[in-house]
Design a protein. Structure first.
Length: 521
Protein backbone atom coordinates (compact mmCIF):
# COMPACT_ATOMS: atom_id res chain seq x y z
CA UNK A 1 0.00 0.00 0.00
CA UNK A 2 1.31 3.48 -0.90
CA UNK A 3 3.15 5.42 1.80
CA UNK A 4 4.84 8.85 1.94
CA UNK A 5 8.15 9.18 0.15
CA UNK A 6 10.99 8.23 2.46
CA UNK A 7 8.67 6.49 4.93
CA UNK A 8 10.58 3.89 6.95
CA UNK A 9 9.90 1.21 9.52
CA UNK A 10 11.07 3.70 12.16
CA UNK A 11 8.28 6.12 11.18
CA UNK A 12 5.76 3.29 11.23
CA UNK A 13 6.91 2.05 14.63
CA UNK A 14 7.06 5.49 16.28
CA UNK A 15 3.67 6.49 14.97
CA UNK A 16 2.12 3.26 16.21
CA UNK A 17 2.91 4.19 19.84
CA UNK A 18 -0.18 5.86 21.27
CA UNK A 19 0.25 9.24 22.88
CA UNK A 20 -0.39 9.69 26.55
CA UNK A 21 -0.85 7.61 29.66
CA UNK A 22 -3.80 6.87 31.91
CA UNK A 23 -4.39 8.95 35.01
CA UNK A 24 -4.78 6.94 38.20
CA UNK A 25 -6.96 9.03 40.57
CA UNK A 26 -5.57 7.18 43.59
CA UNK A 27 -2.07 8.54 42.92
CA UNK A 28 -1.02 11.51 45.10
CA UNK A 29 -4.51 12.15 46.51
CA UNK A 30 -5.30 15.65 47.78
CA UNK A 31 -8.14 16.44 50.17
CA UNK A 32 -11.00 18.20 48.42
CA UNK A 33 -9.97 17.18 44.91
CA UNK A 34 -11.98 14.35 43.39
CA UNK A 35 -10.33 13.19 40.19
CA UNK A 36 -11.44 10.78 37.48
CA UNK A 37 -9.49 8.81 34.87
CA UNK A 38 -8.30 10.56 31.73
CA UNK A 39 -5.42 10.39 29.24
CA UNK A 40 -2.57 12.92 29.41
CA UNK A 41 1.06 13.52 28.53
CA UNK A 42 3.07 12.65 31.67
CA UNK A 43 6.07 14.80 30.73
CA UNK A 44 4.26 18.12 30.26
CA UNK A 45 2.26 20.71 32.21
CA UNK A 46 0.45 23.79 30.90
CA UNK A 47 0.41 27.01 32.91
CA UNK A 48 -1.81 29.98 32.07
CA UNK A 49 0.24 33.07 31.28
CA UNK A 50 -1.74 36.27 30.89
CA UNK A 51 -0.44 39.79 30.37
CA UNK A 52 -0.18 41.67 33.66
CA UNK A 53 -0.20 38.43 35.63
CA UNK A 54 3.50 37.59 35.53
CA UNK A 55 3.98 37.60 39.30
CA UNK A 56 1.26 35.01 39.85
CA UNK A 57 2.62 32.95 36.95
CA UNK A 58 6.15 33.01 38.37
CA UNK A 59 4.91 31.98 41.80
CA UNK A 60 2.95 29.02 40.40
CA UNK A 61 5.94 27.86 38.36
CA UNK A 62 8.22 28.07 41.41
CA UNK A 63 5.79 25.90 43.36
CA UNK A 64 5.65 23.36 40.54
CA UNK A 65 9.44 23.25 40.36
CA UNK A 66 9.68 22.70 44.09
CA UNK A 67 7.15 19.86 43.80
CA UNK A 68 9.06 18.30 40.90
CA UNK A 69 12.29 18.54 42.86
CA UNK A 70 10.84 16.37 45.65
CA UNK A 71 10.69 13.54 43.08
CA UNK A 72 14.17 14.26 41.71
CA UNK A 73 12.75 15.71 38.47
CA UNK A 74 13.49 18.97 36.68
CA UNK A 75 10.82 21.33 35.32
CA UNK A 76 11.69 23.91 32.69
CA UNK A 77 9.88 26.01 30.10
CA UNK A 78 9.79 24.06 26.86
CA UNK A 79 11.90 25.63 24.15
CA UNK A 80 12.04 25.15 20.42
CA UNK A 81 8.37 24.24 19.91
CA UNK A 82 6.02 26.66 18.23
CA UNK A 83 4.03 28.14 21.07
CA UNK A 84 1.69 30.97 21.95
CA UNK A 85 2.61 31.41 25.57
CA UNK A 86 4.33 34.78 25.68
CA UNK A 87 1.46 36.90 26.89
CA UNK A 88 -2.00 36.55 25.43
CA UNK A 89 -3.12 34.10 22.77
CA UNK A 90 -5.52 36.60 21.27
CA UNK A 91 -6.98 39.77 22.82
CA UNK A 92 -8.97 38.84 25.90
CA UNK A 93 -7.71 35.23 25.99
CA UNK A 94 -5.00 34.13 28.39
CA UNK A 95 -1.99 32.36 26.88
CA UNK A 96 -0.21 29.36 28.27
CA UNK A 97 3.32 28.07 28.67
CA UNK A 98 4.38 24.47 28.20
CA UNK A 99 6.55 23.16 31.06
CA UNK A 100 8.61 20.05 30.38
CA UNK A 101 9.44 17.48 33.06
CA UNK A 102 12.77 15.66 32.74
CA UNK A 103 15.05 13.50 34.83
CA UNK A 104 18.50 14.90 35.63
CA UNK A 105 21.47 13.82 33.53
CA UNK A 106 23.29 12.81 36.69
CA UNK A 107 21.19 10.58 38.98
CA UNK A 108 20.36 12.12 42.34
CA UNK A 109 22.08 10.27 45.18
CA UNK A 110 23.37 7.66 42.75
CA UNK A 111 19.86 6.40 42.01
CA UNK A 112 17.93 7.38 38.88
CA UNK A 113 14.38 8.61 39.61
CA UNK A 114 11.46 6.89 37.93
CA UNK A 115 9.75 8.41 34.88
CA UNK A 116 8.31 11.92 35.37
CA UNK A 117 4.57 12.22 35.96
CA UNK A 118 2.87 15.60 35.54
CA UNK A 119 -0.16 14.50 37.58
CA UNK A 120 1.96 13.65 40.60
CA UNK A 121 3.76 16.99 40.38
CA UNK A 122 0.50 18.92 40.11
CA UNK A 123 -1.08 17.13 43.07
CA UNK A 124 2.02 17.54 45.23
CA UNK A 125 2.20 21.23 44.34
CA UNK A 126 -1.42 21.58 45.43
CA UNK A 127 -0.62 19.92 48.73
CA UNK A 128 2.52 21.99 49.30
CA UNK A 129 0.87 25.32 48.49
CA UNK A 130 -2.56 24.56 50.00
CA UNK A 131 -3.93 25.85 46.70
CA UNK A 132 -5.80 24.24 43.78
CA UNK A 133 -3.15 25.70 41.43
CA UNK A 134 -5.84 27.20 39.17
CA UNK A 135 -3.41 28.26 36.42
CA UNK A 136 -1.93 24.80 35.94
CA UNK A 137 -3.36 22.00 33.80
CA UNK A 138 -2.33 18.65 32.40
CA UNK A 139 -1.76 18.42 28.66
CA UNK A 140 -4.61 16.07 27.81
CA UNK A 141 -4.87 13.77 24.82
CA UNK A 142 -7.93 14.31 22.66
CA UNK A 143 -9.40 11.69 20.39
CA UNK A 144 -10.97 12.05 16.96
CA UNK A 145 -13.01 8.90 16.68
CA UNK A 146 -15.98 7.28 15.04
CA UNK A 147 -17.78 4.80 17.25
CA UNK A 148 -15.65 2.20 18.98
CA UNK A 149 -12.23 3.66 18.19
CA UNK A 150 -11.50 5.89 21.19
CA UNK A 151 -8.56 4.26 23.03
CA UNK A 152 -9.07 6.39 26.12
CA UNK A 153 -12.46 5.16 27.31
CA UNK A 154 -11.27 3.24 30.35
CA UNK A 155 -8.87 3.78 33.24
CA UNK A 156 -6.24 2.00 31.17
CA UNK A 157 -6.32 3.42 27.63
CA UNK A 158 -4.52 0.31 26.36
CA UNK A 159 -7.57 -1.78 27.02
CA UNK A 160 -6.40 -5.25 26.07
CA UNK A 161 -3.00 -6.91 25.82
CA UNK A 162 -4.35 -9.30 23.20
CA UNK A 163 -6.66 -7.62 20.69
CA UNK A 164 -8.16 -10.99 19.77
CA UNK A 165 -10.15 -11.28 22.96
CA UNK A 166 -12.73 -13.80 21.85
CA UNK A 167 -12.55 -17.17 20.16
CA UNK A 168 -14.34 -15.66 17.19
CA UNK A 169 -13.29 -12.01 16.85
CA UNK A 170 -16.08 -11.35 14.34
CA UNK A 171 -18.78 -12.49 16.79
CA UNK A 172 -21.40 -13.19 14.09
CA UNK A 173 -24.92 -12.31 15.16
CA UNK A 174 -24.09 -12.30 18.82
CA UNK A 175 -23.02 -8.67 19.08
CA UNK A 176 -25.01 -6.68 21.60
CA UNK A 177 -25.03 -3.30 23.29
CA UNK A 178 -23.05 -0.45 21.79
CA UNK A 179 -20.72 -3.03 20.17
CA UNK A 180 -23.57 -3.67 17.76
CA UNK A 181 -22.43 -0.60 15.79
CA UNK A 182 -18.92 -1.99 15.37
CA UNK A 183 -19.92 -4.54 12.75
CA UNK A 184 -19.97 -3.66 9.04
CA UNK A 185 -23.58 -3.68 7.98
CA UNK A 186 -24.66 -2.42 11.37
CA UNK A 187 -22.92 0.93 11.52
CA UNK A 188 -19.19 0.45 11.16
CA UNK A 189 -17.44 1.87 8.11
CA UNK A 190 -18.10 0.05 4.87
CA UNK A 191 -18.33 0.93 1.17
CA UNK A 192 -21.68 2.02 -0.22
CA UNK A 193 -22.99 3.13 -3.61
CA UNK A 194 -24.29 6.68 -4.02
CA UNK A 195 -26.99 6.81 -6.70
CA UNK A 196 -28.19 10.39 -6.42
CA UNK A 197 -26.71 13.54 -7.94
CA UNK A 198 -24.01 15.60 -6.29
CA UNK A 199 -25.22 18.47 -4.08
CA UNK A 200 -26.26 21.38 -6.28
CA UNK A 201 -24.32 24.58 -5.64
CA UNK A 202 -25.92 27.93 -6.44
CA UNK A 203 -23.95 30.72 -8.16
CA UNK A 204 -21.83 32.90 -5.90
CA UNK A 205 -23.90 35.71 -4.36
CA UNK A 206 -23.58 39.14 -5.96
CA UNK A 207 -23.65 40.77 -2.54
CA UNK A 208 -22.17 39.28 0.57
CA UNK A 209 -20.43 35.90 0.49
CA UNK A 210 -20.96 32.21 1.05
CA UNK A 211 -20.96 30.92 4.65
CA UNK A 212 -17.74 29.21 5.75
CA UNK A 213 -17.53 26.07 7.89
CA UNK A 214 -14.12 25.35 9.46
CA UNK A 215 -13.39 21.69 10.26
CA UNK A 216 -10.50 20.80 12.59
CA UNK A 217 -9.93 17.11 12.00
CA UNK A 218 -7.69 14.78 9.97
CA UNK A 219 -7.74 17.00 6.89
CA UNK A 220 -9.65 16.48 3.65
CA UNK A 221 -8.73 14.10 0.86
CA UNK A 222 -9.47 14.27 -2.84
CA UNK A 223 -13.05 13.76 -3.98
CA UNK A 224 -15.18 15.03 -6.86
CA UNK A 225 -17.57 16.66 -4.38
CA UNK A 226 -14.72 18.49 -2.62
CA UNK A 227 -12.69 20.44 -5.20
CA UNK A 228 -10.29 23.23 -4.29
CA UNK A 229 -12.83 25.95 -5.08
CA UNK A 230 -15.03 24.58 -2.29
CA UNK A 231 -12.46 23.25 0.22
CA UNK A 232 -9.45 25.28 1.37
CA UNK A 233 -6.85 22.77 2.52
CA UNK A 234 -3.70 24.85 3.09
CA UNK A 235 -3.16 28.36 4.45
CA UNK A 236 -0.96 30.14 6.96
CA UNK A 237 -0.88 32.87 9.56
CA UNK A 238 2.03 35.29 9.14
CA UNK A 239 3.96 32.67 7.22
CA UNK A 240 3.32 29.86 9.74
CA UNK A 241 1.17 26.98 8.42
CA UNK A 242 -2.10 26.43 10.28
CA UNK A 243 -2.46 22.80 11.33
CA UNK A 244 -0.31 19.82 10.43
CA UNK A 245 1.45 19.83 7.07
CA UNK A 246 3.71 16.76 7.31
CA UNK A 247 3.62 13.92 4.79
CA UNK A 248 1.89 11.48 7.16
CA UNK A 249 -1.53 12.54 5.87
CA UNK A 250 -4.31 10.05 6.74
CA UNK A 251 -6.48 11.46 3.95
CA UNK A 252 -3.86 10.46 1.33
CA UNK A 253 -2.28 7.34 2.83
CA UNK A 254 -4.76 4.90 4.39
CA UNK A 255 -2.28 2.58 6.13
CA UNK A 256 0.48 4.52 7.85
CA UNK A 257 0.73 2.68 11.15
CA UNK A 258 0.35 -0.72 12.69
CA UNK A 259 0.95 -4.08 11.08
CA UNK A 260 1.79 -4.56 7.42
CA UNK A 261 -1.52 -6.28 6.79
CA UNK A 262 -3.15 -3.67 4.55
CA UNK A 263 -5.74 -2.73 7.18
CA UNK A 264 -6.91 0.86 6.79
CA UNK A 265 -6.03 3.04 9.79
CA UNK A 266 -8.89 3.67 12.18
CA UNK A 267 -9.56 7.31 11.26
CA UNK A 268 -8.09 7.52 7.77
CA UNK A 269 -10.66 9.41 5.71
CA UNK A 270 -12.45 10.78 8.78
CA UNK A 271 -12.03 14.42 7.74
CA UNK A 272 -13.12 13.71 4.16
CA UNK A 273 -16.26 12.01 5.47
CA UNK A 274 -17.05 15.07 7.61
CA UNK A 275 -16.44 17.49 4.74
CA UNK A 276 -18.88 15.48 2.64
CA UNK A 277 -21.54 15.76 5.34
CA UNK A 278 -21.12 19.54 5.43
CA UNK A 279 -21.34 19.56 1.64
CA UNK A 280 -24.62 17.64 1.74
CA UNK A 281 -26.16 19.78 4.47
CA UNK A 282 -24.91 23.12 3.06
CA UNK A 283 -24.13 22.86 -0.68
CA UNK A 284 -23.50 26.58 -0.96
CA UNK A 285 -21.04 26.75 1.93
CA UNK A 286 -17.27 26.90 1.62
CA UNK A 287 -15.20 24.56 3.79
CA UNK A 288 -11.94 25.32 5.58
CA UNK A 289 -10.20 22.01 6.36
CA UNK A 290 -7.48 22.06 9.04
CA UNK A 291 -5.55 18.90 9.89
CA UNK A 292 -4.88 18.62 13.63
CA UNK A 293 -4.62 14.82 14.00
CA UNK A 294 -2.92 11.93 12.27
CA UNK A 295 -4.03 8.42 11.40
CA UNK A 296 -4.36 7.34 15.04
CA UNK A 297 -6.90 10.10 15.64
CA UNK A 298 -5.23 11.69 18.68
CA UNK A 299 -4.08 15.25 19.28
CA UNK A 300 -2.32 16.90 22.22
CA UNK A 301 -4.45 19.52 23.96
CA UNK A 302 -1.70 22.13 23.69
CA UNK A 303 -1.42 21.51 19.94
CA UNK A 304 -5.16 22.00 19.58
CA UNK A 305 -4.92 25.24 21.59
CA UNK A 306 -2.12 26.49 19.34
CA UNK A 307 -4.17 25.76 16.23
CA UNK A 308 -7.36 27.24 17.65
CA UNK A 309 -5.45 30.40 18.57
CA UNK A 310 -4.31 30.71 14.95
CA UNK A 311 -7.85 30.15 13.71
CA UNK A 312 -9.33 32.72 16.10
CA UNK A 313 -6.61 35.21 15.16
CA UNK A 314 -7.51 34.80 11.49
CA UNK A 315 -11.16 35.30 12.39
CA UNK A 316 -10.40 38.46 14.38
CA UNK A 317 -8.38 39.93 11.54
CA UNK A 318 -11.12 39.24 9.05
CA UNK A 319 -13.74 40.82 11.30
CA UNK A 320 -11.53 43.91 11.62
CA UNK A 321 -10.66 44.04 7.91
CA UNK A 322 -12.48 41.69 5.47
CA UNK A 323 -9.51 41.83 3.08
CA UNK A 324 -7.31 40.03 5.64
CA UNK A 325 -7.52 36.95 7.83
CA UNK A 326 -10.07 34.28 6.97
CA UNK A 327 -13.87 34.28 7.34
CA UNK A 328 -15.31 31.55 9.57
CA UNK A 329 -19.00 31.38 10.44
CA UNK A 330 -19.27 27.86 11.89
CA UNK A 331 -16.50 25.86 13.59
CA UNK A 332 -16.89 22.06 13.76
CA UNK A 333 -14.96 20.10 16.40
CA UNK A 334 -15.55 16.35 16.13
CA UNK A 335 -13.08 15.55 18.91
CA UNK A 336 -13.14 15.23 22.67
CA UNK A 337 -11.48 14.26 25.92
CA UNK A 338 -12.52 13.77 29.53
CA UNK A 339 -11.08 16.14 32.11
CA UNK A 340 -10.07 14.64 35.43
CA UNK A 341 -11.93 17.38 37.38
CA UNK A 342 -14.64 18.58 34.98
CA UNK A 343 -17.08 20.41 37.25
CA UNK A 344 -15.11 21.92 40.12
CA UNK A 345 -13.74 25.03 38.36
CA UNK A 346 -10.16 23.76 38.63
CA UNK A 347 -9.60 23.04 34.94
CA UNK A 348 -7.81 25.44 32.63
CA UNK A 349 -10.26 27.76 30.91
CA UNK A 350 -7.97 28.52 27.96
CA UNK A 351 -9.90 26.22 25.62
CA UNK A 352 -13.18 27.74 26.74
CA UNK A 353 -11.84 31.27 26.34
CA UNK A 354 -10.69 30.62 22.78
CA UNK A 355 -14.06 29.21 21.78
CA UNK A 356 -15.85 32.02 23.63
CA UNK A 357 -13.82 34.57 21.67
CA UNK A 358 -14.84 32.94 18.40
CA UNK A 359 -18.49 32.97 19.51
CA UNK A 360 -18.20 36.62 20.57
CA UNK A 361 -17.28 37.35 16.93
CA UNK A 362 -20.39 35.59 15.59
CA UNK A 363 -18.86 32.16 14.87
CA UNK A 364 -21.05 29.24 15.97
CA UNK A 365 -19.11 26.37 17.59
CA UNK A 366 -20.45 22.82 17.10
CA UNK A 367 -18.94 19.89 19.06
CA UNK A 368 -19.50 16.14 19.06
CA UNK A 369 -20.58 14.66 22.38
CA UNK A 370 -18.49 11.47 22.17
CA UNK A 371 -19.18 7.80 21.51
CA UNK A 372 -18.59 6.05 24.82
CA UNK A 373 -22.24 5.53 25.82
CA UNK A 374 -21.78 7.44 29.08
CA UNK A 375 -23.06 10.67 30.60
CA UNK A 376 -19.71 11.97 31.86
CA UNK A 377 -19.21 15.49 30.44
CA UNK A 378 -16.68 15.59 27.61
CA UNK A 379 -14.63 18.59 26.53
CA UNK A 380 -15.13 20.79 24.57
CA UNK A 381 -18.80 19.76 24.18
CA UNK A 382 -19.62 20.54 27.81
CA UNK A 383 -17.87 23.95 27.89
CA UNK A 384 -21.08 25.92 28.28
CA UNK A 385 -23.24 26.71 31.35
CA UNK A 386 -25.48 23.66 31.04
CA UNK A 387 -28.37 23.21 33.49
CA UNK A 388 -27.34 22.60 37.10
CA UNK A 389 -23.65 22.54 36.15
CA UNK A 390 -20.93 23.79 38.47
CA UNK A 391 -18.22 24.32 35.88
CA UNK A 392 -17.65 28.02 36.51
CA UNK A 393 -18.60 29.04 32.96
CA UNK A 394 -20.82 32.12 32.91
CA UNK A 395 -23.55 32.94 30.42
CA UNK A 396 -22.42 35.36 27.70
CA UNK A 397 -23.80 37.24 24.71
CA UNK A 398 -21.91 35.26 22.10
CA UNK A 399 -23.29 32.72 19.68
CA UNK A 400 -24.07 29.27 21.10
CA UNK A 401 -21.73 26.36 21.62
CA UNK A 402 -23.82 23.45 20.33
CA UNK A 403 -23.04 19.95 21.65
CA UNK A 404 -24.44 17.15 19.51
CA UNK A 405 -25.22 13.51 20.19
CA UNK A 406 -26.18 10.90 17.59
CA UNK A 407 -29.55 9.55 16.46
CA UNK A 408 -30.26 6.18 14.91
CA UNK A 409 -31.49 6.11 11.28
CA UNK A 410 -35.11 6.04 12.49
CA UNK A 411 -34.58 9.45 14.12
CA UNK A 412 -36.82 8.10 16.87
CA UNK A 413 -34.07 7.02 19.24
CA UNK A 414 -30.60 8.06 20.36
CA UNK A 415 -27.80 5.77 19.16
CA UNK A 416 -26.75 3.46 21.96
CA UNK A 417 -23.09 4.51 21.56
CA UNK A 418 -23.85 8.22 21.93
CA UNK A 419 -22.90 10.10 25.07
CA UNK A 420 -25.86 11.71 26.78
CA UNK A 421 -26.58 14.11 29.63
CA UNK A 422 -27.79 17.64 30.34
CA UNK A 423 -24.66 19.00 28.66
CA UNK A 424 -25.75 17.50 25.29
CA UNK A 425 -27.97 20.11 23.67
CA UNK A 426 -29.32 18.25 20.67
CA UNK A 427 -29.19 15.01 18.72
CA UNK A 428 -28.83 14.55 14.98
CA UNK A 429 -28.35 11.70 12.47
CA UNK A 430 -25.07 9.99 13.32
CA UNK A 431 -25.54 6.23 12.97
CA UNK A 432 -24.99 4.55 9.59
CA UNK A 433 -24.81 7.85 7.70
CA UNK A 434 -23.49 8.10 4.12
CA UNK A 435 -20.76 10.48 2.99
CA UNK A 436 -17.61 10.91 0.94
CA UNK A 437 -14.46 8.82 1.21
CA UNK A 438 -11.03 9.02 -0.39
CA UNK A 439 -10.48 6.24 -2.93
CA UNK A 440 -8.82 3.93 -0.42
CA UNK A 441 -8.22 0.23 -1.03
CA UNK A 442 -7.26 -1.91 1.95
CA UNK A 443 -5.87 -5.38 2.32
CA UNK A 444 -9.10 -7.23 3.01
CA UNK A 445 -10.55 -9.18 0.14
CA UNK A 446 -14.02 -9.97 -1.09
CA UNK A 447 -15.34 -13.06 0.71
CA UNK A 448 -16.29 -14.98 -2.42
CA UNK A 449 -15.28 -14.83 -6.08
CA UNK A 450 -16.65 -16.81 -9.01
CA UNK A 451 -15.76 -15.53 -12.50
CA UNK A 452 -18.05 -16.46 -15.40
CA UNK A 453 -17.94 -15.51 -19.10
CA UNK A 454 -14.93 -13.28 -18.61
CA UNK A 455 -16.63 -11.26 -15.87
CA UNK A 456 -14.96 -10.56 -12.54
CA UNK A 457 -17.69 -11.54 -10.08
CA UNK A 458 -17.28 -11.25 -6.30
CA UNK A 459 -19.00 -10.17 -3.11
CA UNK A 460 -18.50 -6.64 -1.78
CA UNK A 461 -14.87 -5.91 -0.94
CA UNK A 462 -15.17 -4.59 2.65
CA UNK A 463 -12.42 -1.96 2.36
CA UNK A 464 -12.47 -0.97 -1.32
CA UNK A 465 -13.64 2.66 -1.30
CA UNK A 466 -12.86 3.48 -4.92
CA UNK A 467 -16.55 4.19 -5.40
CA UNK A 468 -15.98 7.30 -3.27
CA UNK A 469 -18.63 6.78 -0.60
CA UNK A 470 -18.98 5.02 2.73
CA UNK A 471 -21.32 4.35 5.62
CA UNK A 472 -20.00 5.24 9.06
CA UNK A 473 -21.26 5.95 12.59
CA UNK A 474 -20.37 8.34 15.40
CA UNK A 475 -21.28 11.61 17.04
CA UNK A 476 -18.29 12.80 14.97
CA UNK A 477 -20.73 12.80 12.06
CA UNK A 478 -23.80 14.14 13.85
CA UNK A 479 -21.92 17.38 14.64
CA UNK A 480 -21.00 18.33 11.04
CA UNK A 481 -24.56 17.63 9.93
CA UNK A 482 -25.72 20.25 12.43
CA UNK A 483 -22.84 22.58 11.49
CA UNK A 484 -23.82 22.33 7.84
CA UNK A 485 -27.49 22.92 8.61
CA UNK A 486 -26.57 26.07 10.53
CA UNK A 487 -24.42 27.31 7.65
CA UNK A 488 -27.28 26.68 5.23
CA UNK A 489 -29.66 28.54 7.52
CA UNK A 490 -27.30 31.53 7.56
CA UNK A 491 -27.47 31.67 3.76
CA UNK A 492 -25.61 34.55 2.15
CA UNK A 493 -23.70 36.37 4.88
CA UNK A 494 -22.21 39.88 5.07
CA UNK A 495 -18.61 40.07 3.87
CA UNK A 496 -17.49 41.14 7.34
CA UNK A 497 -19.24 38.25 9.10
CA UNK A 498 -22.45 37.35 10.89
CA UNK A 499 -23.67 39.30 13.91
CA UNK A 500 -24.14 37.13 17.02
CA UNK A 501 -27.85 37.93 17.07
CA UNK A 502 -28.34 36.64 13.53
CA UNK A 503 -26.25 33.55 14.26
CA UNK A 504 -28.31 32.79 17.37
CA UNK A 505 -31.48 33.03 15.29
CA UNK A 506 -30.08 30.58 12.73
CA UNK A 507 -29.03 28.12 15.45
CA UNK A 508 -32.46 28.29 17.10
CA UNK A 509 -34.17 27.57 13.77
CA UNK A 510 -31.97 24.54 13.10
CA UNK A 511 -32.33 23.08 16.58
CA UNK A 512 -36.10 23.46 16.36
CA UNK A 513 -36.14 21.57 13.05
CA UNK A 514 -34.06 18.59 14.21
CA UNK A 515 -35.85 15.33 15.06
CA UNK A 516 -36.78 14.82 18.68
CA UNK A 517 -36.19 11.31 20.06
CA UNK A 518 -39.34 9.60 21.26
CA UNK A 519 -39.83 9.78 25.04
CA UNK A 520 -39.92 6.14 26.23
CA UNK A 521 -42.38 7.09 28.99
Amino acid sequence: MEQPKGWTWQDRAEGSIRRGTALDPSTEPVDGIRAFPTAYLPERLLVTRALGDEEAYDQEVRTLRDAADTFGWQLEEERGARRIGDGELVPGVAGFQRLLLTTPVEPVGGEAPFSPDAWRVLQRARRMSHSPMPRTSLDHVLSIDPVGLNPFTRTNPFTRTNPFTRTNPVRGEGAAGSDDYLEPGRGARQPVTWLGPAPVRAPAPKRGRRPVVAVLDTGCGEHAWLPDDIVTRHFDLDGVPVGLTDDADPERYPDLYGQLDGAIDAVAGHGTFIAGLVRQAAPDADILSIRVAGALGVVDESTLLDTLAQVVTLLIRHREDPTTGFPIDVLNLSLSYYHETPVDKMFSLTLHQLLAKARELGCVVVCSAGNDAIDRPSFPASLWPWPDSDNGIPHDDGTPLVSVGALNPSAQSVALFSNVGPWVQTYAPGAAVVSTSPAFVGGSQAATRADVDGLRRETIDPDDYRGGFAIWSGTSFAAPYVAGRIAAQLGTVPVGGVAPKAAKKAVAAVLKSLPTPVDPT
